[in-house]
Write a protein of this length. Structure first.
Length: 256
C-alpha cells in the first residue's frame, strides 16, 4: 500500500502572498505531500518562482462566486487524483497560511476517515436561508433529477478524502450543467463553491457522513461580505488553535 500523501490544491492569482513562508512549511518533508496550483493570471506560473513549477495543465478563467471556481476546483482534484498516494485534498488560496506544522496536519488526517466541511462559516445566515428557501426551491422544481434537498452552505476551504474527491470528479458531467443553469437563472452573487461539494456528496452518498469543523480559521465581521485581513498572526492565540490554517493574510501580515 502506498504511503499516504496530502495534495495541496492552490488557487492563486500570480503567487502566494507569503511564498517564502510556504516554501519553509513544505521543507519539512516531501514524502508527505504533493502540490498543485492553478493561476488566475495566465503568466502566474512564470511570476511565482516556487509555485510556478506545480501549475496544472488545465487553465480556466475564473470569476468570483461563479461556477468557474467549481471547474477550477474539479480540475485541481482531477490532476491530484492521478497520484494514487494522494489520500487527502486540501484547498488553499494565496491568502491562506498554515498555523501548525505539516507533520501535525499529516498525523491528524492519517487518524481520520471522513472529509471536513465547516458549515458554521459566515455571519450572514439569513442569506443562506433565503437562498435555500426561495431561489433553490424554484430551481429544484424544474430540475427534479438534480433535487438537492440537503443543501447547506459551507466554507470553500474544505479537506476531502480520496473517495469524496473521486465522486466529485466522476460526477461533474452529471451535476455541473445544472449548476451552470442555476447560475444563469439566479445569479445573485451567492458563492456556488460554498454549496456544490457538500450538495453533490449528499446527493450521491446515502446518509453521507463528514466532519463539521473549521480546518481554516476565517474571521467574518458583522455585516461584511468579505473576511477580515489579519495584520498580525500570533500562533499562541487560542482563538484559532483548533484550526490548521488561517485566512486572510497578505504580504504585510506579521507572523509572531
Amino acid at each position: 500500500m502506498p504511503v499516504m500523501k496530502i495534495a495541496f490544491l492552490f488557487m492563486l492569482y500570480d503567487d502566494h502572498c507569503k511564498s517564502d513562508y510556504m516554501e519553509e512549511y513544505f521543507g519539512e518533508g516531501s514524502d508527505k505531500y504533493n502540490i498543485y496550483t492553478h493561476f488566475k493570471n495566465l503568466d502566474g506560473d512564470k511570476k511565482s518562482e516556487y509555485f510556478g513549477k506545480y501549475s496544472i495543465s488545465k487553465h480556466i478563467e475564473t470569476q468570483h462566486s461563479c461556477v468557474s471556481l467549481l471547474e477550477c476546483q474539479l480540475n485541481l482534484l482531477e490532476a491530484a487524483l492521478e497520484q494514487r498516494d494522494n489520500q487527502w485534498f486540501v484547498f488553499m488560496s494565496g491568502s491562506c497560511l498554515p498555523i501548525k506544522p505539516l507533520s501535525v496536519l499529516y498525523n491528524f488526517l492519517d487518524s481520520n476517515k471522513f472529509s471536513f466541511f465547516d458549515t458554521d462559516c459566515h455571519t450572514e445566515p439569513q442569506l443562506t436561508v433565503r437562498f435555500l428557501n426561495d431561489w433553490i426551491g424554484e430551481w429544484n422544481r424544474s430540475h427534479m433529477n438534480h433535487n438537492f434537498l440537503k443543501l447547506k452552505k459551507h466554507s470553500q476551504w474544505c479537506i476531502l478524502n480520496r473517495m469524496d474527491a473521486e465522486i466529485l470528479v466522476s460526477t461533474k458531467t452529471k451535476h455541473l450543467p445544472a449548476w451552470k443553469d442555476l447560475q444563469y437563472k439566479f445569479n445573485r452573487g451567492f458563492a456556488k463553491d460554498e454549496f456544490y461539494p457538500l450538495a453533490v456528496l449528499n446527493h450521491e452518498i446515502k446518509n453521507y457522513q463528514y466532519n463539521d469543523r473549521p480546518t481554516t480559521y476565517v474571521k467574518w465581521l458583522e455585516g461584511q461580505w468579505r473576511p477580515e485581513t489579519f495584520t498580525a498572526i500570533d500562533f499562541s492565540n487560542s482563538e484559532y488553535k483548533s484550526s490548521f490554517f488561517i485566512r486572510k493574510v497578505n504580504d504585510q501580515t506579521k507572523i509572531k
